[in-house]
Design a protein around this ligand. Structure first.
Ligand code: NAD
Ligand code: ZN
Ligand code: ZN
Length: 346
């Protein structure tokens, strides 16, 4: 079968032919319908050899949806042909966090060498993929697979970040979304669906500011050195109760800290290498800073419920598997509006 692989440190991803996978006991074989292209892959592919936590070559793709094509021994939770979404942050399934479905915070994954598909295990950017356990699948029902695949990360990750701050997002509050890309443009829609907060989006790119407005941002502000002052002006000098930074670079985390309100939440989701010093006087009193990872199984089910309710409309650009390297190039250049999605079967 064809697969998109990261094969050598620093090299561009390549489309190669690999053996068709077979499901072992307890596993599920999926025929992949669609796989999302996440900026995290670009971050991982920029890391030096000593920072990459998995062996190469790696089949990419940590956002996947497909139809069940084969069941390993002992699997009876699904039937061949079922449409499913893959829950990506695989954990051990039995530690206290996994017992709550919070496999993104598994206590034993590292020790046991359990890694997410596309970030260690073979991923979704291939014609077929293996899912290690049926608990890592969520039924898609009649959702459009192509528009839904980004919800497994670009939806789940912002959802998890928003849930942490829900009690602060009361009517009259403000949420700032920095970076209106794949994750950010979904975050804006989730904020609008889940809260009465006013949403201010920041981006460096006019087209993305346009998308932010289209999907529900009340204000769209150019992310430059004047952005923090503009957000303070828009919030009557008080700042925002919640700031979600989907870039996480040094200038954006600075902006995030500068526009936080007293007792606000700053959540750094982006892997841009920035860090925000926390200490008395460094930030407004009571500000919490958090860098969360992905989301829980329960949260994925809730995101899919929001999709069923019509609350999110992910903007997608589709590519054939042969054009996956082009999709990565375009994402790297900031030229994808919404999410790029690879269709392994055309
Ligand atoms: P993306 O490329 O689709 O979106 C990034 C957006 O940020 C783009 O619209 C870009 O124009 C904008 N941007 C760039 N520089 C900016 C700046 N200085 N100010 C404001 N906006 C700026 O990327 P994505 O796939 O949505 O991922 C976003 C980030 O989240 C990445 O760093 C990714 O690695 C990270 N991520 C983290 C997790 C997690 O669990 N923590 C999960 C998924 C993705
Ligand atoms: Zn991702
Ligand atoms: Zn666990």
């Amino acid at each position: 079968m064809k697969a998109v692989q990261y094969r050598a440190v620093g090299a561009a991803p390549e489309v190669v032919t690999v053996p068709d996978p077979e499901p072992g006991p307890g596993q599920v074989l999926l025929k992949v319908t669609a796989a999302g292209v996440c900026h995290s892959d670009i971050a991982v592919m920029s890391w030096p050899a000593d920072r990459i936590p998995f062996p190469l070559p790696l089949t990419l793709g940590h956002e996947g949806v497909g139809t069940v094509a084969g069941l390993g021994d002992g699997v009876d939770a699904f039937e061949v042909g079922d449409a499913v979404a893959v829950y990506g942050p695989w954990g051990c399934g039995t530690c206290v966090n996994c017992a709550e479905g919070r496999e993104n915070y598994c206590l034993r994954a590292k020790e046991l060498g359990i890694m997410p598909p596309g970030l260690g295990a073979p991923g979704a950017m291939a014609e077929y993929m293996i899912v290690d356990d049926p608990r890592h699948l969520a039924p898609l029902g009649d959702l459009d697979p192509v528009k839904t695949v980004p919800l497994t990360d670009a939806g789940l990750t912002p959802y998890h970040a928003i849930v942490r701050s829900l009690t602060k997002l009361v009517p009259g509050s403000t949420a700032v979304v920095i970076g209106a890309g794949g994750l950010g443009h979904v975050a804006i829609q989730l904020l609008r669906a889940m809260t009465a907060a006013r949403v201010i989006a920041l981006d460096v790119n006019e087209e993305k500011l346009g998308l932010a407005r289209t999907v529900g941002a009340h204000e769209a502000v150019l992310s430059d050195e004047k952005a923090a002052a503009r957000v303070m002006e828009l919030t009557g000098g008080l700042g925002a109760q919640v700031v979600l930074d989907f870039v996480g670079a040094p200038p954006t985390v600075r902006t995030a800290g500068a526009v936080s309100r007293v007792d606000g939440d700053v959540t750094i989701v982006g892997l841009g290498g920035g860090a925000l010093p926390v200490g008395f006087g460094a930030l407004p009193y009571g500000t919490t800073v958090c860098a969360p990872y992905w989301g829980s199984r329960k949260e994925l089910a809730e995101v899919l419920d929001l999709a069923h309710a019509g609350a999110v409309d992910v903007h997608v650009e589709t590519y054939s598997i042969d054009d996956a390297p082009l999709a990565y190039e375009r994402l790297h250049e900031g030229r994808i509006n919404g999410r790029a999605v690879i269709l392994p079967h055309g």
